[in-house]
Write a protein that binds this ligand. Structure first.
Ligand code: PXP
Length: 255
């Protein structure tokens, strides 16, 4: 059986640390605990404003991932500085995200329908593929047919679907059928080209379940909820529970 992968986003361990300017809680320790308790990958977002993850965290987390033989998924915006850092670290995955200074968290996917943005994303992927060809790239986007079609013209390996709106609707007990249909349609289009189909943003233990039942996404990146719940039951327990949940739902077509 093949199951979806769980990427644990530990940005908010750094948020807590930066709040006080102390050395704790340690981000590399969070990576270690997550990988020891069932995470398949560690995700960190090095933002231009360095509000949580710092440059030194990238090497520290990379080392931990290397020790566990698990991938590091580095999220970056398409800025030269970030691209150079990513090239220097050579992570297994890079997820390209839009980044606005004033936003609280990543708001929506990359706007690849805008010609200027499209060129920026395309050029970033070309450069990454030239410099670190073994690194896989995912594009964080909305599950819109036109957007996905456009992504497929870029040199990347996967899309990560922005599940923020779905997650909000789930919490407000709204009808989810529109989102789920979009995700199913997107899956066909993306997988037909052999690309990876990932999901992330705003997900919780409970809002993960309808997506797991659909069995379309091969990877989930979950951060804020995991770190929040850790306050009550501890990071290792939260990761273990989520990893155990995911292992109940094999992927569609899995042998
Ligand atoms: N995936 C991407 C591309 C993101 O930017 C984020 C937030 O940094 C996440 C997943 C995780 O979102 P959340 O913290 O809401 O679980």
């Amino acid at each position: 059986m093949i199951y979806p992968r769980l990427g644990v986003n530990i940005d908010h361990v750094a948020t807590l640390r930066q709040q006080r300017g102390e050395f704790y809680p340690e981000v590399d320790r969070a990576a270690e605990v997550s990988l020891a308790t069932g995470a398949d990958q560690i995700t960190i977002h090095l933002r231009e404003d360095r509000r949580h993850i710092q440059d030194r965290d990238v090497s520290a987390v990379y080392e931990v991932c290397h020790k566990f033989n698990k991938p590091l998924n580095l999220e970056i915006g398409c800025h030269d500085e970030m691209i150079n850092i990513a090239i220097a670290h050579n992570p297994q995955w890079i997820c390209l995200v839009p980044e606005k200074r004033e936003e609280r968290t990543t708001e929506g996917g990359l706007d690849v329908m805008d010609p200027k943005n499209y060129e920026k994303v395309k050029k970033t992927c070309d450069r990454l593929k030239e410099k670190i060809p073994q690194t896989k790239i995912s594009l964080f986007v909305e599950a819109d047919a036109e957007v996905l079609q456009r992504c497929l013209t870029i040199k990347a390996d996967a899309v990560e679907i922005h599940t923020g709106e779905y997650a909000k609707d789930f919490l407000q007990k709204k009808d989810l059928s529109f989102h789920l249909k979009q995700y199913r349609d997107g899956s066909k289009m993306i997988k037909a080209r052999g690309w990876g189909y990932h999901a992330g943003h705003g997900l919780t233990f409970e809002s993960l379940v309808p997506l797991l039942e659909e069995a379309e996404f091969e990877e989930y990146n979950v951060g804020h909820w995991i770190i929040s719940e850790s306050v009550f039951i501890g990071l290792g327990h939260v990761v273990k529970e989520m990893a155990t949940l995911i292992k109940k739902y094999p992927l569609k077509g899995s042998p």
